[in-house]
Design a protein around this ligand. Structure first.
Ligand code: HPA
Length: 272
């Protein structure tokens, strides 16, 4: 496993010339941010040794290296979901590679269902914390001491400084944001009304099928994490709205420019 991670990282390191600090992982219908990147290299997932291949509509399979807001970044255009059937080790494989590329900040986006009834479709939520309800923890099994500790601390899963930077940029750019707790679930079913009530009761503001495994792995390796949800449908109100992947992609696509603007502003103002 570690050898595979190192091989994949060595392949990428040979192609990219610089040393980016930040990696961005883009969610369903949110891959367009890469159009704002001055691309220096684009690497197809299929060329990276041991790399899984993405299967879901709305996800492209490229690792982009370039400049965003004047800063070097890596961007994964498409990610691997547990519901697709990948073992957790594969879901988090791209994140583990980052350790050997010298990445310090991991920024993630996702589409999510609104649990907090005060949210609306199209809202952008800054994730301040998460609840892990995935069927499996990605760190279950042998611990790689070279990557991080057996029992990693999770007292600050989302970096407070990056959250503050997002809030100040959102203010400056007049982008309205919500803040809240993201509940990660295995999927692929969307939630029943009873599940939505349960999620609300245990303190979730939004629910989705990604991000949590990646953040756990990034934190395990000591990286700073920041994540945004686009609320694509509302389950938290009295009537749970019917939802489909097409609706999720449609709303995500509509909100995407706001998200891109915010992330670009954050990168511009990120300390080197
Ligand atoms: N539930 C889970 N994942 C989602 C949802 C949802 O309602 N919307 C977008 N991703």
């Amino acid at each position: 496993m570690l050898e595979e991670i190192k091989n994949a990282a060595a392949y990428i390191n040979k192609i990219i010339s610089g040393s980016p600090d930040t990696c961005i992982i883009l969610g369903s219908g949110l891959g367009n941010l890469t159009s704002k990147i001055d691309i220096l290299n684009s690497i197809s997932y299929s060329d990276i040794p041991h790399f899984p291949i993405s299967t879901v509509k709305g996800h492209k399979g490229n690792l982009i290296y370039g400049l965003l807001g004047g800063k070097e970044v890596l961007a994964f255009q498409g990610r691997f979901h547990y519901y697709e059937g990948y073992p957790m080790e594969q879901v988090v494989f791209p994140i583990r590679i980052l350790k050997f590329l010298g990445i310090k900040n991991v920024i993630l986006s996702n589409a999510a269902g609104g649990v907090n009834p005060s949210f609306s479709v199209g809202d952008v939520m800054v994730i301040t914390d998460h609840i892990n309800l995935f069927a499996e923890n990605p760190l279950r099994g042998k611990n790689y001491d070279e990557l991080g500790p057996r029992f990693p601390d999770m007292s600050e899963p989302y970096d407070k400084n990056l959250i503050a930077l997002a809030k100040s940029q959102a203010n400056e750019l007049k982008i309205k944001t919500q803040s809240g707790v993201y509940l990660g679930t295995s999927g692929p079913t969307y939630e029943t009304p009873a599940e939505y009530r349960f999620m609300k009761a245990i303190g979730a503001d939004a629910v989705g099928m990604s991000t949590v495994p990646e953040v756990i792995i990034a934190k395990h390796m000591g990286m700073r994490c920041f994540a945004l949800s686009v609320i694509t449908d509302m389950g938290g109100s009295d009537d749970v709205e019917e939802v489909s992947h097409d609706i999720v992609l449609h709303v995500a696509n509509e909100v995407e420019p706001k998200l891109t603007l915010l992330l670009e502003g954050m990168l511009k103002n990120m300390p080197l």
